[in-house]
Design a binder for this molecule. Structure first.
Ligand SMILES: NC(=O)c1ccc[n+]([C@@H]2O[C@H](COP(=O)([O-])OP(=O)(O)OC[C@H]3O[C@@H](n4cnc5c(N)ncnc54)[C@H](O)[C@@H]3O)[C@@H](O)[C@H]2O)c1
Ligand SMILES: O=S(=O)(O)c1ccc(CO)cc1
Length: 482
């Protein structure tokens, strides 16, 4: 079995132990053994990054552009192979996984361009004879902590802006899916960037993540993951004066109005609730449907769900791959039971199914679940499940739909299906979410525009697009006597 080590100061370095990376479509399939680091590895990685920072932060923008562009090109050239690895370790279908890898490549190429576009301002002083310049500088060594559901895109969209703007990086990927992050680290390592500028330390969140968050030489933490872990990280960062950025959970509403195009509303709901096995922070999990279209919508959605093919993530024709792990499968199943106990009615799916794979071992397959006649106060409508489980709430009209959509502690993404310009325009302005979709699934975002939410979903500056510079740079104001 191949052992994949950590990357510290430009050298592949063994951890104190290794963990098998297994395939959720087939638990007998072990992809490799991945290093488990410890606090000493974090210390070594941060020291290497700290030592590399003076040269990297003042290196020419052409050199940084060329390195990021080269990384992007290799990712894109290898998207099929890397997509297959991603589907194998995380369980997205192969086309979805290839799409995610392509996104990662495009992100590196976008931020290669951003190296050249970072600009300052020159402003006259209120005092005659003095010039004022406002520039952006790198912040130092950044710790990046990423979740399992986008094993290459989320690392990419934190690493690329961090490096573009002259910072050094220690990446801690999710314990469940180290393979794609390791492959990305290998590409970055071979791109020619100096030793120590980028470091990878794999291992447990409570060990590696906490050591990064507590480290005095880390200037900033960018985290994507669960609300519970994110809040703890924010508290620790505020205490120690670190800059912090959090992207966390969602309970994204999809409103369907009486005047919606029924076929379009059904398709976008099926896509955003169930594709990628519902394991997207932008997935919709609450379908809020006005009363006249409700019966036809439920019937058509059940018919659409009956056509979804659940199976091995890498098999041709699979629409919905496995749930990522046994623990996540248990969580999904338990929420179906909680919803039923609170009075919702299971109208489709919701049971574990056996899709035998090559070895005869079972993966973690769940038939996508639809719960109807649910109410806003039920736990299924308030807590993030993070699986292919959607609940439907019947409402009278647009006003009630908007109120229910906003009645959540989260605010990442919100969608509306309507043919009314009036309601679409009102929803765009009044939905309490960072991202709003009109006649589109709540999931499915571009890589060159800001990404993030409100309320309990996000904290700190936006990720992505040119807005990423807000987090990865610090502003300097310089006064010069002419
Ligand atoms: N808003 C977004 O952009 C977005 C995107 C993807 C996923 N998510 C969220 O991520 C969650 C699923 O991902 P997950 O299960 O990997 O989340 P998680 O919070 O369990 O883990 C995220 C990362 O934090 C690390 N970690 C765990 N405990 C830690 C600690 N005490 N200190 C520091 N780091 C620690 C983990 O090892 C992992 O690398 C869902 O809630 C989902 O909504 C949000
Ligand atoms: O909404 S999606 O386009 O599926 C999407 C892609 C990547 C990420 C990374 O956080 C989130 C959502």
């Amino acid at each position: 079995m191949t052992i994949y080590n950590n990357l510290i100061n430009g050298a592949w370095t063994a951890g104190h132990a290794t963990t098998p990376n297994t395939n959720p479509s087939d638990q007998a399939d072990v992809i490799g053994e991945y290093a488990q680091g410890d606090a000493a590895d974090v210390n070594a990685a941060v020291a290497a990054a700290q030592a590399a920072f003076p040269a990297w932060s003042t290196s020419g923008i052409q050199a940084r552009h060329d390195a990021l562009d080269k990384i992007g090109n290799e990712i894109l050239a290898r998207k099929d192979e890397l997509g297959d690895l991603l589907a194998r370790e995380e369980g997205k279908t192969r086309p979805e996984a290839i799409g995610e890898v392509a996104r990662a490549g495009q992100i590196f190429k976008f931020f290669a361009g951003e190296c050249l576009r970072l600009a300052g301002e020159s402003i006259p002083s209120v005092r005659p004879g003095i010039g004022v310049e406002i520039t952006r500088e790198p912040i130092g060594v950044v710790g990046l902590i990423t979740p399992w559901n986008f094993p290459i895109a989320i690392p990419a969209w934190k690493i690329a802006p961090a490096l573009a703007f002259g910072n050094c990086v220690v990446l801690k990927p999710a314990d469940l899916v180290p393979g794609s992050a390791w492959a990305l680290a290998d590409i970055i390592h071979r791109s020619g960037i100096p030793a120590g500028v980028f470091n990878l330390v794999m291992g447990r969140g409570r060990v590696i993540g906490e050591a990064l968050v507590q480290h005095p030489d880390i200037a900033a933490i960018s985290f994507t993951g669960s609300v519970g872990v994110g809040r703890g990280i924010a508290e620790a960062c505020v205490k120690s004066g670190k800059k912090v950025q959090l992207e966390m959970g969602g309970k994204n509403p999809q409103v369907v109005l009486d005047d919606a195009d029924l076929a379009q509303a059904v398709e976008l709901s099926a896509q955003s609730c169930f594709y990628s096995t519902g394991q997207r922070c932008t997935a919709s999990s609450r379908l809020i449907v006005t009363e006249k279209i409700y019966p036809a919508f439920i019937e058509a959605l059940q018919a659409r769900m009956a056509k979804l093919k659940v199976g091995d993530a890498r098999a041709a024709g699979t629409d919905i791959g496995p749930v990522v792990s046994q623990a996540q499968l248990e969580q999904d199943l338990s929420y179906v039971e909680i919803a039923k106990a609170e009075g919702a009615v299971l109208a489709a799916g919701g049971e574990r199914i056996g899709c035998h794979t090559g070895s005869g071992k079972q993966g973690f397959f769940l038939q996508p679940a639809l719960l109807v006649d649910s109410t806003p106060a039920m736990r299924i409508n308030r807590e993030e499940v993070f699986g292919p489980v959607a609940s439907v709430i019947r409402v009278r009209d647009y006003d009630e739909a908007l109120a229910v959509a906003n009645d959540t502690p989260f605010g990442l993404s919100a969608g509306i299906a309507t043919t009314s310009l009036k309601y679409a325009t009102h929803f765009k302005r009044h939905a309490q979410a960072g991202m709003v979709m009109v006649n589109l699934p709540t999931a499915g975002v571009d890589y060159h525009v800001p990404f993030g939410g409100r309320k309990g979903s996000s904290y700190g500056p936006r990720e992505q697009g040119r807005y990423a510079q807000e987090f990865y740079t610090t502003v300097k104001t310089a006064y010069t006597l002419a």
